[in-house]
Write a protein that binds this ligand. Structure first.
Ligand code: ADP
Ligand code: MG
Ligand code: ZN
Length: 628
């Protein structure tokens, strides 16, 4: 669906060449024009002019490139007659003029040559601009912006009715996101209903989710449902070219949008401009991006309630990298998760895309959905297309189930390189692993509430995931909470140990994070009784770079270094024991939840809360006896 520049067709090349030739001709003509149309002053031959100079009759001379204008001496006060002559390449002229005491200068008075000046300086550039604009209008997808307006946003505007209107019916498998966005549609349709009772209309909604899950599609659907214009620009387009351009683009984009309000501004790849400012400070920062970000914040703060309804939707697949200033109230204070679809979601998406192809009678979309865990909406759209291509290649009249089977293999092969799909055994391991995180997380503090567990891969690295939403903003954590976090991180691996009696490589990221946290407790937060309240970390960068074992420590003695290691180890091991104990004591529940997760791929909301509320806490004495 992305709009690409159309390749310029040869016809337009030809037209451009003609225009170029015409403008070149103009330039050439210009050189001769004064000679041809020396209208105002009386034209005289050069020889006469030289004669008059030699005779001392000339008062002032103005030497131009194409014309020499001169004034004769007069006795009275009336304006002297002005004559013009065409210059001849004559190096002796200045010498001669000086000798005769004639006042002379090099540029002709413009009032006499406005016509030629106009021709030589204004028209050719105009022609070039014309050509440029012509191409922009052809290839750039339209818009009133001219070539010289580099700072103008290149936002593409979709107006209702233009291109096939996209609605919520075109999006499937992301029901929660749709539910939340229906509200935005209401705001856009009847803003008065909300402002009347003093409700503040949200300004920014952040669509968060992996690539291809339909974020762009959803944003268009919101505009389509509300019947409002849709401005779209990509974050990476803001930060190209010249310094300062990004911010003026943002300004211009919002200016345009406000004129067309109510409308939607969609910023794709928000992380390209909105990356956390502190996190890259280490590398010297990026002024351009920062300016652009600031301008965006200013614009978002600028339009107040009661103003024109402009709702900014933005998409990102890395919300954690965004600057916190963007997420404050009145900015992108709403986040909508657009996740990979589950089984029934995939079936629904397949249904949408299968409408575009001729399906054979034997096609079973449910079966296809079952075989495609981890596929995002875009992958499924791609799958349907692949199957149709295969059917055509096999000279079939409609797409058969076997075409789908073959297409799945192809698409999976492509996705496997990006490590997004897994086999049955892997799925099972991931299910227990995630339930392990969730169950330990449910019993320990410092984690926030577990909102969702999923074995549908998200992002590039994770296989499954457990989503915990903090119940409140946390700036300070105490030791117990940190230990709880570490235990939760180890919950996944602990579950694998208990159930399969072996461990996989899948937990390496968890272990890394757990170790980092423990190390920080000891070296930065002074939480170790053995080492005391001393900071053993150098400066701050270690915290930003957060690359674990590589933390540059303060120069410490060998003994201290050993002590740090053993303290970190103690913290991690205690947490590991705690996690193992919780899971052992709730073994039946672990089985039950994992089995259910394998079936539905996702468990969330109330259902999850009620399952997790059954986790029994560990009796203190047992935990101690295990730890010892
Ligand atoms: P994103 O912006 O999240 O990367 P897009 O919205 O650009 O994903 O999706 C690309 C294409 O994949 C869409 O145009 C659509 O054809 C298909 N697609 C993605 N998600 C869905 C979905 N949930 N339902 C239907 N089609 C989808
Ligand atoms: Mg997109
Ligand atoms: Zn894990």
């Amino acid at each position: 669906m992305a709009i690409k520049e159309q390749p310029k067709s040869p016809r337009f090349r030809i037209i451009a060449n003609i225009l170029l030739a015409v403008s070149g001709l103009f330039l050439l003509l210009n050189l001769f024009l004064p000679g041809l149309f020396a209208s105002g002053p009386t034209g005289v031959p050069y020889s006469l002019f030289i004669h008059q100079v030699q005779e001392g009759e000339v008062n002032r001379v103005s030497v131009g490139q194409n014309q020499i204008l001169y004034e004769l001496k007069t006795e009275n006060t009336e304006p002297a007659p002005v004559f013009a002559t065409t210059p001849i390449f004559d190096l002796e002229l200045p010498k001669l003029l000086e000798e005769k005491g004639v006042e002379f200068a090099a540029t002709p008075p413009p009032k006499n040559t406005w016509f030629t000046t106009l021709l030589s300086w204004v028209i050719p550039p105009l022609i070039f601009i014309g050509i440029w604009q012509f191409f922009l209008a052809r290839g750039g997808g339209g818009g009133p912006q001219g070539a010289l307006s580099i700072g103008k946003s290149k936002a593409k505007v979709y107006v209702e009715g233009e291109s096939a209107k996209i609605t919520f019916a075109d999006v499937a498998g992301v029901e929660e996101a749709k539910t939340e966005l229906v509200e935005i549609v209401d705001f856009l349709k009847t803003p008065a209903r909300f402002t009347q009772i003093g409700a503040r209309i949200p300004k920014g909604v952040l669509l968060v989710g992996p690539p291809g899950t339909g974020k762009t599609l959803l944003a268009k659907a919101v505009a389509g449902e509300a019947g409002v214009p849709f401005f779209s620009i990509s974050g990476s387009e803001f930060v190209e070219l010249f310094v300062g351009v990004g911010s003026s683009r943002v300004r211009d984009l919002f200016e345009q949008a406000k004129k067309q309000a109510p409308c939607i501004v969609f910023i794709d790849e928000l992380d390209a401009i909105g990356k956390s400012r502190s996190s890259n400070g280490f590398y010297g920062g990026n002024d351009e991006r920062e300016q652009t970000l600031n301008q965006l914040l200013t614009e978002m703060d600028g339009f107040a309630a009661g103003d024109a309804t402009v709702i900014v939707l933005a998409a990102t697949n890395r919300p954690e990298s965004l600057d916190s200033a963007l997420l404050r109230p009145g900015r992108f204070d709403r986040q909508v998760l657009v996740d990979r679809p589950d089984l029934s979601g995939r079936e629904a998406i397949l249904k949408i895309h299968a409408q575009k192809v001729k399906l054979g009678d034997d096609v079973d979309l449910r079966a296809i959905a079952t075989r495609t865990p981890g596929f995002a909406g875009a992958d499924l759209a791609n799958l349907v297309n692949e199957a149709a291509l295969l059917a055509a290649r096999n000279m079939r009249q409609s797409v058969a189930q076997e075409d789908f089977a073959e297409a799945i293999e192809r698409v999976v092969a492509g996705l496997e390189k990006k490590s997004r799909v897994m086999n049955e055994t892997e799925k099972k391991i991931v299910a227990y692993h995630e339930v392990g995180h969730a169950m330990v997380g449910a019993l320990t503090t410092g984690n926030g509430r577990v909102e969702k567990i999923s074995i549908i891969p998200r992002g590039m690295a994770a296989l499954g995931y457990t989503l915990q939403l903090p119940t409140e903003d946390r700036f300070l954590m105490n030791e117990d909470e940190l230990r709880g976090q570490i235990a939760t991180l180890l919950g996944g691996r602990s579950a694998e140990e208990i159930v399969f009696n072996s461990i996989t490589t899948g937990a390496s990221n968890d272990l890394q994070r757990a170790t980092d946290l423990a190390e920080r407790m000891v070296t930065a937060y002074g939480m170790s009784k053995v080492l005391g309240p001393l900071a053993y970390q150098q400066g701050q960068q270690a915290m930003f770079l957060g690359n674990g074992g590589a933390n540059p420590r303060r120069a410490v003695s060998e003994d201290t270094s050993k002590a740090i290691d053993s303290e970190v180890k103690e913290i991690v091991e205690t947490a590991h024991e705690q996690a193992l104990e919780i899971l052992r004591q709730n073994r039946d529940l672990l089985e039950a939840i994992a089995t259910q997760l394998l079936e539905t791929e996702v468990i969330e909301g109330e259902k999850l809360h009620s399952l997790l509320s059954q986790v029994k806490p560990v009796a203190k004495t047992t935990a101690d006896s295990v730890a010892s």
